[in-house]
Design a protein around this ligand. Structure first.
Ligand SMILES: *[C@@H]1O[C@H](CO)[C@@H](O)[C@H](O)[C@H]1NC(C)=O
Ligand SMILES: *[C@@H]1O[C@H](CO)[C@@H](O)[C@H](O)[C@H]1NC(C)=O
Ligand SMILES: *[C@@H]1O[C@H](CO)[C@@H](O)[C@H](O)[C@H]1NC(C)=O
Ligand SMILES: *[C@@H]1O[C@H](CO)[C@@H](O)[C@H](O)[C@H]1NC(C)=O
Length: 346
């Protein structure tokens, strides 16, 4: 059993370590160094291949980082908070806030004109960061008018930029791995035709809502700033053909039986299947209002994509029902709550 003296000396050692940790202050302003490609580090001697150094207890710090027009900034943080009240926080130019307690060097990407990094800790922690600025160099790969046909693309696999236009552009994000989707941070969405438009958010932030995002205007610019080699999928539709009260993705990663529930109230809802492996999927169970209908579409909700209609009062006697695993398969429920259970061969 450890003696009281051992305990005291360990406690003493811990307090000595935290006392020599770095300190910082609020109100720092950081501009891009004149020479392109010059990073800024905190602490100045830290490098990414080193462990994050100690941060003294009770720090409250902020950095406002400016980003010239035509550039973006990449922020890499390494650090760990030691208690439940402490946090790292970033705020982009639109006001999207991300708060964390553990940072393992998965980069954040910010558009012009600025972002803010805030650190607030009670207990001793570890903390370091690196900021890099770079001009946008990715050329527009294509300009796509989105109509009755949905557009499905691998969004983070390669460097990419495109303009999408329709009445209003509807985006649905589906990561390759729902437990690790940091790669989505490098895809930025703007309203307008390029990165000078109004910044909306990155796809990581849009995915976390688990909802479709719909533009205010008729054109959206999307740029992916880092090739991840991941098959994160982005579905782009015209809102006219994707206008649901509740819209959820069937999420079957790594399991062969999975369910999705929607509640459209008096309106329409839909279960979206973007199953990348292209297996057929079999509806094995459904709970829905007997007075409602389910319509199946291969593609957006258009006459072109329409496949079949089922009646809520009789569909259970027709199960199991097998549907093609197309790029986009959608199950549209006319009203009320519904839970659909599928079998999908892995
Ligand atoms: C995405 O990339 C994967 C792997 O290269 C490929 O199998 C899949 O068909 C691609 N999906 C789309 C929608 O392009
Ligand atoms: C990209 O991923 C595929 C499979 O997911 C792999 O075969 C390939 O080697 C990877 N390429 C790179 C450059 O990492
Ligand atoms: C899907 O079902 C169709 C029709 O039954 C069949 O022709 C096709 O081979 C199936 N595809 C897969 C991947 O099982
Ligand atoms: C569903 O089927 C029942 C019985 O055939 C019928 O009375 C009802 O009108 C149908 N409902 C719809 C929405 O088609």
């Amino acid at each position: 059993m450890p003696s009281l003296t051992t305990f005291l000396s360990v406690a003493l050692l811990a307090s000595v370590v935290s006392a020599v940790g770095n300190t910082c202050k609020t109100g720092n302003v950081v501009h891009k160094p004149v020479i392109d490609g010059t990073p800024v580090y905190f602490p100045a001697t830290w490098r990414e291949d080193k462990a994050a150094p100690a941060l003294a207890k009770d720090q409250s710090c902020s950095w406002m980082v400016t980003i010239p027009q035509g550039y973006y900034a990449k922020l890499t943080i390494s650090g760990k908070m030691g208690d439940k009240h402490s946090y790292f926080q970033t705020v982009d130019c639109t006001g999207n806030v991300v708060q964390t307690k553990l940072e393992t060097k998965h980069p954040y990407y910010f558009p012009s004109p600025k972002f803010t990094l805030v650190v607030s800790n009670e207990a001793a922690a570890t903390f370091a960061f690196k900021i890099e600025w770079a001009p946008y160099t990715t050329q527009i790969s294509y300009i796509a008018g989105i109509g009755m046909q949905p557009h499905v693309l691998n969004i983070t696999q390669d460097l990419f930029a495109a303009d999408f236009s329709s009445d209003k552009v509807a985006l649905f994000v589906s990561p390759a791995d729902p437990n690790d989707y940091y790669s989505l941070r490098s895809s930025l969405v703007f309203e307008g035709q390029d990165y000078n438009g109004n910044f909306v958010a990155n796809l990581y932030t849009l995915y976390e809502t688990h909802q479709q995002w719909v533009s205010k205007g008729s054109m959206v610019y999307i740029v992916n700033l880092e090739a991840s080699n991941k098959t994160d999928i982005l579905l782009v539709q015209d809102i006219q053909y994707a206008n649901f009260v509740d819209y959820v993705e069937l999420n079957c990663y790594g399991v062969s039986t999975c369910s999705a529930s929607v509640d459209g109230g008096d309106g329409k809802s839909a279960v979206l299947s973007l199953y990348a492996s292209r297996s057929n999927e079999t509806l094995v169970d459904i709970k829905m209002d007997p007075s409602a209908t389910m319509k199946v579409y291969y593609g957006s909700e258009t006459a072109f994509g329409f496949d079949s209609t089922y009646n809520g009062s009789t569909i259970n006697s027709q199960l199991p029902l097998t549907f093609y695993g197309e790029d986009v398969t959608q199950y549209v429920i006319s009203n009320g709550k519904a839970t659909l259970t599928f079998n999908i061969p892995q």
